[in-house]
Design a protein around this ligand. Structure first.
Ligand code: 5GP
Length: 114
């Protein structure tokens, strides 16, 4: 899989505002926030899109979502609410081809999204 900007953030080659890290997951603030809180949760394992995740990645995908929900609880806005989003490929609006979960919070979200 081709190197992405997120691989460079994992390797600390470019700076990022990192808010959470464990052995499998890294989370950092989005450079172009779409909400008062906008954090990207990524697996350290490079998986390009959701389409590329396999059964072998089931636990990792679960950890990714749980890391985001745990962080939302720790930050104190989980009860008020938040949104998790993963875009896939062109129609989904994906621009960085390393799976990530957007955690958006701090404002009223709308449905349907744009
Ligand atoms: P996607 O469009 O693939 O769902 O989301 C990619 C996200 O990565 C975008 O929200 C974009 O603002 C963010 N992003 C792109 N490059 C960088 C970067 O170098 N640093 C950070 N922190 N976020 C980035």
């Amino acid at each position: 899989m081709a190197d992405t900007i997120f691989d460079r953030i994992i390797r600390r080659e470019i700076p990022a505002d990192i808010v959470y890290e464990d052995d499998a997951i890294l989370a950092f603030r989005d450079i172009a926030p779409a909400a008062p809180v906008h954090v990207l949760f990524i697996p350290k394992k490079p998986i390009a899109t959701l389409n590329d995740a396999t059964d072998a990645d089931a636990a990792l995908i679960g950890k990714l979502v749980l890391a985001a929900t745990r962080w939302a609880k720790a930050q104190g806005f989980a009860d008020k609410g938040y949104r998790l989003v993963t875009n896939c490929n062109q129609d989904g609006g994906q621009t960085v081809f390393h799976i990530h979960v957007h955690l958006l919070a701090g404002r009223q979200m709308h449905w349907p999204p744009g």
